[in-house]
Write a protein that binds this ligand. Structure first.
Ligand code: SF4
Length: 384
């Protein structure tokens, strides 16, 4: 199956897989020590993007671009500018409202920041994760809290829209340390925070260390309490929650992420990149050398395509809706349900409202604010 180039695509994702090191918790398609492949990878990327644009047969009017990784801030200036020249040639940038670049604060210079601005990047998403240098180094992430502070000092001169990523529940970070970190984070010149729970992915060094009992994870209940405390702290400082993991000052919610949550089409480019054309989900191959070779030979780089079943679509809609403060439109979920399924679904909704797990206003349903930790269970049970 091939991405439907006639779909109403307004958003692009571009993957830059190169990193200065490989963090032990990282599940992403990323490589360290392969910088010699950057130029060839960039060429392949431009090839893939150009091929897609010609399949579209028209200049797609873009709304958002997200450059993720890997470590996109390691993208050499010249290669990044070349790629942006191509993007501007083949897509319509007239209505674009957000171009995000993920940043690893360690090695960013003032000159790089100026290049990103010149390229048209509007938003920096900064991987902070923790301010405990020792814990990060123990997880093979060699980034210092001081580098984060210096980066923010430089970046705020040029960029208004800065986001930071944090991980709650990292082994070795005490409650007290986390609270101190948050007390500092809320004073930073940022507009957005993404706070993720640590998740353990198979095939990561963290997973291996845990199975060998070399590390102990913090207990779950205190971390959930700490999460709710953190939500309160963010909101007290004007960073309002709009999704389970996302907080923003007014007007600075991530527009690109909302494309994912609204299940709108987006086209991904690069190694391991995912795409969704409104019906089918696709993924590119994950091996960089094969990706470069395949692009050069004009071979297919897509390795999987999955058309979701009606039930999977319902579950996706419910999960994505319950995660957001704007809630879930039950009419949208029931749109293609049978009468029997609709009846069962509505009974469940009312049961959960009675149990104070959900609240309801007309056709909108919201997860109770103190129940975010059970969001997945609630979503699954709603559709049983
Ligand atoms: S810098 Fe980011 S993408 Fe690279 S290894 Fe670490 S967590 Fe993964």
């Amino acid at each position: 199956m091939q991405y439907d180039a006639s779909s109403d695509t307004r958003s692009l994702y571009i993957h830059w897989p190169f990193c200065p090191y490989r963090c032990h918790f990282c599940p992403f398609v990323a490589v360290a020590g392969q910088d010699h492949l950057m130029a060839d990878y960039n060429k392949a990327l431009i090839q893939e993007i150009t091929n897609f644009a010609s399949e579209c047969g028209r200049k797609l009017p873009l709304k958002t671009i997200y450059i993720g990784g890997g470590t996109p801030s390691s993208w050499p200036d010249k290669l990044l500018l070349d790629t942006f020249d191509t993007l501007r040639d083949i897509f319509d940038f007239e209505q674009i409202s957000e171009i995000t670049l993920e940043v690893n604060p360690g090695s960013v210079t003032a000159q790089q920041l100026a290049v990103w601005k010149k390229a048209g990047i509007t938003r920096l998403s900064t991987g902070v994760q923790s301010l405990n240098d020792k814990v990060l180094a123990g997880l093979s992430r060699y980034q210092k809290a001081q580098e984060v502070r210096e980066f923010l000092g430089l970046a705020q001169e040029i960029f208004e829209n800065i986001s930071v990523d944090l991980i709650i529940g990292l082994p070795g970070v005490s409650d007290q340390e986390w609270r101190e970190t948050i007390a500092e984070v809320v004073t930073w010149p940022i507009k957005h925070i993404s706070m993720y729970f640590l998740s353990i992915h198979e095939n990561t060094p963290l997973y291996t260390r845990l199975t060998r009992n070399e590390l102990t994870l913090p207990a779950e209940d205190p971390i959930v309490d700490l999460y709710y405390w953190t939500v309160e702290m963010f909101e007290k400082h004007g960073l309002m929650q709009y999704e389970i993991s996302s907080f923003a000052r007014p007007g600075f919610q991530s527009q690109h992420n909302q494309v994912y949550w609204d299940r709108k089409p987006y086209k991904g480019f690069g190694v391991g990149a995912c795409s969704f054309d409104g019906t089918v989900r696709y993924q590119n191959m994950k091996n960089i050398e094969r990706y470069i070779q395949s692009c050069a030979q004009g071979a297919d780089i897509n390795v999987s395509s999955e058309r979701l079943t009606t039930r999977e679509i319902h579950l996706e809609k419910v999960m994505l809706g319950l995660r957001r403060m704007q809630g879930l439109d039950i009419n949208d979920v029931m749109i293609d349900m049978s009468q029997v399924e609709k009846g069962r679904f509505l009974i469940k909704v009312e049961e959960f409202v009675a149990q104070s797990l959900l609240t309801r206003a007309g056709s909108r349903v919201y997860l109770a604010k103190n129940k975010f930790s059970v969001e997945n269970e609630v979503a699954v049970k709603l559709l049983e």
